[in-house]
Design a protein around this ligand. Sequence first.
Ligand SMILES: [Zn+2]
Ligand SMILES: [Zn+2]
Length: 328
Amino acid sequence: MIPKPPPREPSLGFLYIPPYRIFGESVAGEGTCLQVPELDLGFDIGSCPRAILPAKHLAITHGHMDHIGALAYFCSQRRFQGMGNAKIICDTRIAPAIKRMMEGFVDLERQRTPYDLIPLLPDQPYEVKNNIFLRGFETEHTCPSFGYVVSEKRTKLKPEYLDLPQEKLRELKDRGVEITRSFEIPLIAYTGDTAPGPHLIREDVRKAKIIITECTFFEPDHKDRAKVGMHMHIDNVAEWLRVLECEAIILVHVSRRTELSYARERVAQIAGDKAANKVHILMDYRTNKARYEQQLMDAEARESGRAGARAAASVPAPAPAVTESQDE
Ligand SMILES: [Zn+2]
Ligand SMILES: [Zn+2]
């Protein structure tokens, strides 16, 4: 008998919540890394699959190994593949330790891997893309920890100027009158590892279109374990869901011991059928794959519907029947 080959590595978890793709891998205690390509942004780097490398910015939530263990490798691989310096965003409280860790590799490798470290204070905005801002906020975990919210800044004409003609608006603007007001729309919030707390009901978290949150425990008798490790339990998510305005909530950091079918069952139980539709588990490949295939079919149907409508529009309409009055 020849020995068995090693187990096949699972592929990345993937969800498409228009207009964003969210993918990565995440298992509690083992490794979490996420990416949103449309925002050029990744979160955490506990492991570093190739698909994660393009993230221009990487926001680190905290220093647990399963969230930061592959950071040096990420910076080095980006450099090796000619992708430019990694831009690492973190909580100011952990920036010195990250620097020391990276210095350790300089000694080990006898070469310096360049990277840009961007420490943020709570609520200090950082522009990751044009008009797209990232902010960190303190969460509650067993070490200093940050969650993040990505918001889009938009400007709108103030209501009192809405009816004015263009030239009048231009004239006001030239005179230095502030005719617009700006506001922010929270797009994505990511909690990192955290116990429930007031940070979860911040206005921008509550109103974020997509929420990515850890949910480490699902079993009813694991509530104490969640408390000790300062993690979220599915019951905390259920309570939180009631005040959230999000279109989708993505659960990550599920422990390996949790069967996905059981996790799905628990989600349906605690959230009710209607809300359960917006709760996704990142690493539930089978459900997410079926969902994506349905999205593809819907898009195709829409496309062929549009093509049909276009074709119908381009056929010349039959000439209106003319009733000729013979004798007039
Ligand atoms: Zn973790
Ligand atoms: Zn942690």
